[in-house]
Design a protein around this ligand. Structure first.
Ligand code: S3P
Length: 168
């Protein structure tokens, strides 16, 4: 069984995923990191050189390579669910958990970071709200379960996920 974390940039997928993997003695994998390793360049550089559609293609190709993975906590890029094909693949891979955070909190968490090409705009806060609104139905469609991370540190979110898994 795998656990897959989806959700917007800054929702805590990496931090929660690492906690979860350590607590459950599972391996941790991040699709963005895998893409960077395979391509030998950063996500920012991929966006700059080849554009978003090319990155989305890489995302789908990367996901296809994971079909035999087991006992992984998988943290995914925030836009991976935009393709139905990807959402279906994630469901086949394991339990899909959507980490949610209020847009204001997301902005607070990411405002000093520079590695997210989609948020390098004049008004990142407005952009977060806009993109989030468009993506809500995609996250909802892809998820087996949703957890609000707004007021919770990663270790607490990880514990909640473990509790939820026990109930399954
Ligand atoms: C993206 C989120 C990023 C990364 C890329 C695009 C998105 O991952 O995949 O910059 O479309 O939301 P994180 O969600 O890990 O920041």
């Amino acid at each position: 069984m795998n656990i897959i974390l989806i959700g917007f940039m800054g929702s805590g997928k990496t931090a929660v995923g690492k906690e979860l993997a350590a607590k459950l003695k599972m391996d941790f994998l991040d699709t963005d990191e895998l893409i960077e390793k395979t391509e030998g360049r950063s996500i920012t550089s991929i966006f700059q050189e080849y554009g978003e559609p090319y990155f989305r293609k890489l995302e789908t190709e990367t996901l296809k390579t994971l079909q035999d993975y087991d006992n992984y906590v998988l943290s995914t890029g925030g836009g991976i669910v935009l393709k139905e094909e990807n959402a279906a693949r994630l469901k086949e891979l394991g339990k899909v958990i959507w980490l949610w955070a209020e847009p204001e909190v997301i902005h607070e968490r990411i405002k000093h970071e520079t590695h997210r090409p989609l948020l390098k705009v004049a008004d990142p806060q407005a952009e977060i709200k806009n993109i989030l609104l468009v993506r809500l139905p995609f996250y909802k469609n892809a998820a087996d379960h949703k957890i609000d991370t707004t007021e919770r540190p990663p270790h607490q979110v990880a514990m909640e996920i473990i509790e939820w898994l026990k109930l399954k």
